[in-house]
Ligand binder design. Structure first.
Ligand code: IPE
Ligand code: IPE
Ligand code: MG
Length: 244
């Protein structure tokens, strides 16, 4: 598969992100521009999610994370929230049809808020795909970066309380294991369409050294071609991780 006229093999490893995160933003504005209700924008955005997932798999990206619904998005009108959750349900039922068989699926966020049957579908999908290693696709739903950090802190505090570890034994690596992303490597490339220049509580720990790519394109209009542009830009960045 051609990637800006080169194959993945022709690129230097550091020019190719191991983990790309997408903030799927701009669905509402996409619909508004067309005089449509916001939920039509979410439906169109979900199609983009499918397209981008397939493309990432084709070009050999190992980990991709999508921000689908934040812990703050519950503030939205009830009908919009339920339209998004319904869409999510539809897409996870159908997941095998568009990602194929070799993709591990993980959900980031607190699942306990969802109906039991939906939680079961999410857990089953994680379990059924846990040994796949062509790509890991992570879907952040009812996800908040701060919530994730507090959640990890609670687990570690319980271990301290039980006397299993001492507070001064806690390391960054140990802490990281209790994040929803657990064994998934840090984000290399964070992509936010729609013109907003912020993280909105997404992967705040994991993107400590991510490269950021912002574009005015609205998520429903985001395409493999737009992703290529982001990858070209990523290839030009000099990543120093605090070194020289
Ligand atoms: C992102 O699109 C999808 C979710 C937050 C669920 P928005 O719905 O935020 O679209 P805009 O930002 O209003 O255009
Ligand atoms: C971030 O987008 C959340 C998702 C894309 C799921 P928002 O539209 O909720 O972010 P803000 O409110 O503009 O910061
Ligand atoms: Mg938005």
């Amino acid at each position: 598969m051609a990637l800006f006229n080169k194959t993945k093999e022709e690129l230097l490893p550091e020019q190719f992100p191991e983990h790309i995160a997408f903030i799927m933003d701009g669905n509402g504005r996409w619909a508004k521009k067309r005089g449509l209700p916001r939920k039509f924008g979410h439906r169109e955005g979900a199609k983009t999610f499918k397209k981008i997932t397939r493309y990432c798999k084709d070009i050999g990206i190992k980990n991709i994370t999508f921000y689908a619904f934040s812990t703050e998005n519950w503030k939205r009108p009830e009908d919009e929230v339920s339209a998004i959750i319904e869409l999510f349900r539809e897409y996870i039922v159908d997941v095998r049809n568009y990602i194929g068989e070799e993709v591990r699926v993980l959900f980031l966020g607190d699942k306990t808020i969802f109906d039991d049957d939906l939680q079961k579908k999410m857990n089953d999908l994680e379990e059924d795909t846990k040994d796949y290693n062509k790509m890991t696709m992570l879907l952040a739903i009812n996800y908040g970066g701060r919530d994730e950090i507090v959640h990890a802190a609670k687990i570690l505090s319980e271990q301290v309380k039980r006397g299993e570890i001492q507070p001064d034994e806690i390391t960054e690596d140990m802490f990281q294991k209790y994040l929803y992303t657990a064994d998934v490597p840090d984000v290399d490339l964070m992509i936010r369409p729609s013109g907003e220049l912020r993280l909105s509580n997404f992967l705040i720990w994991q993107s400590a050294y991510a490269e950021f790519y912002f574009t005015d394109v609205l998520w429903p209009d985001f395409s493999p071609n737009e992703l290529d542009k982001a990858l070209i830009e990523f290839g030009k960045r000099s990543r120093r991780f605090g070194g020289v």
